[in-house]
Write a protein that binds this ligand. Sequence first.
Ligand code: BGC
Length: 765
Amino acid sequence: MKLFPTRLFISIVILSLSSCSSAQKKKANFKKVTTLEQKVDSIFNLMTLEEKIGQLNQYNGFWDITGPVPKEGQAAKKYEHLKKGLVGSMLNVKGVKDVKALQKIAVEQTRLGIPLIFGFDVIHGYKTISPIPLAESASWDMEAIKKSAAIAAEEASAVGLNWTFAPMVDVSRDARWGRVMEGAGEDSYLGSQIAIARVKGFQGENFNSNKTIVACAKHFAGYAQAESGRDYNSVDISEEMLQNVIFPPFKASVDAGVRTFMNSFNELNGIPATASSYLQREVLKRDWKFDGFVVSDWGSIGEMINHGYAKDGKHAAELAMNAGSDMDMESVLYVEHLSTLVNEGKIKETDINDAVKRILKVKFELGLFANPYKYCDEAYEKATVGKKEFQEGVLDVAKKSIVLLKNQNDLLPLKKSGQKIALIGALANDKTSPLGSWRLAADENSAVSVLEGLQNYKGNTLTYSKGADVAVGKTQFIFETKINETDKSGFTEAIALAKQSDVVILVLGEHGLQSGEGRSRSDIGIPGVQQELLEEVYKVNKNIVLVLNNGRPLAFPWAAENIPAIVEAWHLGSQSGNAIAQVLYGDYNPSGKLPMTFPRNVGQVPIYYNHKSTGRPSIENKDLVFWSHYMDVDNSPLYPFGYGLSYSKFDYSNLSLSSNSFDKNGKIEVSVTVTNSGKVTGKEVVQLYIRDLIGSLTRPVKELKGFEMIELKPNESKKVTFTINEKTIEYFSANKKWEAESGDFKVFIGTNSAETIEADFKFNN
Ligand code: BGC
């Protein structure tokens, strides 16, 4: 049967979807297409099996589209696939010019003219870079986080992109794992709120505006639980942990309307996540009713051969499709094998149909059928990328992400005049490192350095000395970012400078490329010779402000003990130096709180506040050994989850409950009074934790269940009230369902997970 003129037919269908006249509709003689399902079917019904499989195929940007067309090799093959309509999506194509050129091939040269969807890792910005996600999470400010994602979406959409592979919502408790920088830290509740904020920031209310892009919750699931914190390593965890700890941010993303999911590289309890029907078909698509699509992680379908789960590429394609992985990112296995597998009866065509429809649906939602070039306007691209408002937005969230860890004798904020200030550390004068990992489109040297930020304050004398390099070789993908373990040639100058200064600001930590994918570390101390530099400077001047740059919790017990002021400044993005300077000078009063526990040493890892009690949690006579502890380090962390100081001082009092029990469908209110007894106005994140004392499964010693950010003037007090109901206390129980069990509970409110005041209540189911 001759299908011509199908492209024409599609354009008629598309016209009908928007604005064609009734005469046109009559002439086209097709059924009225109104619902999304009908729109999808109107295309789907025209597709051959090969074309359907093509939609499930995603390729990396494979040749310089503005250059000559490839004639041989992989690129030539992919180009042929593109022209035949065997590609549904591309990733890593940068800029309107290239997006447009590729889209033109898909729309004008293929039989059905189905537009491509263009994906990119817009993890914390496209060219204008926000703080790394872990840093942003420290703001506990959902509006700021949402806005930062919205900025990223607006800038990315202006370069022709319509899909980001973010947010990463993996709950991560192991600081050795380099990708903790990409997530929201160790807590499922905070992680869920942040997942919602980021999904909504990227996707907006809908895709009608050209400024929103599709989000992707990843990596489903368990990726952050890699054994020993080594990236891509095996994961073996219980269903209880999956349900109670790992799944909630993913479920929250679905409820917030996320349109895509990405599966993960790891095996989970013996089955690679890519081949897990449990995860993709049962939990995600059946139980959570997710109706978007799942993309594999890069090559994860093919990697099942290395896992020892698939015997070859064909087998891998069969396993992944049967398990519900809808789109193949760069394994090139679906396009090679799915057709044969259908013919052999090894996979059902209905499963392919389901996957295709999911992808077409998202393309329709994006409006790509109505206008495949809706994101492609070169003049708009030029006017939008890097614009001033974006810089102001990322500066705002960068300030809010900084966490004040220590401030003995009010060394901070710095006096604005009359001071001799020494600025030491290679990171202080680095304009690339603050961009952090995962900023594929940002320009090198485009961040404001700490030196530049401090130079805006003219009242003091500021002198810079490098002291020591942090890393040698810094490239994004090839692991050349080696720690400097030997070169101390800059020590002498730095020490001499410190000696003659009133205050020393040392900027130390990890280079931006020392965390991220594939960048696990077994030693999480301050890297290389920097620790020694710190100790040497301390010998000549104790007035030190240590500014840390890092993509993960670091262990720095010596500094915590000896250095009077410590500021956690992560990798804060394009406006890093300005944000840090404003905090150091008190123009922004720090309000961040740690989203991950900071350990005393790497041996404590994984360490997290919401652990279980054990049968031997403590003992009165500490000389006895038979209790759950280490012989060489305390159980407590260096800095607990939720911790962060301010230039204000907040006091908590009057914890009160509206009742000391509630029944099914009932609730209680718990309130506390917070007073600013400091001298300046400041913001505080008031945190609510709960403990379920006895459960059908053992319950964590504390779990975050609410938080509220308040601002208080000096001597001002505010009453903060939280509501506790059945939903607040439910969990995935021994009955294998989410439920609230009757019994006794404790409620804690405080400034962090370790410093709280508490009360008791009962719940009767
Ligand atoms: C990462 C994903 C990322 C993908 C595409 C993979 O290596 O695990 O998170 O989205 O590459 O760049």
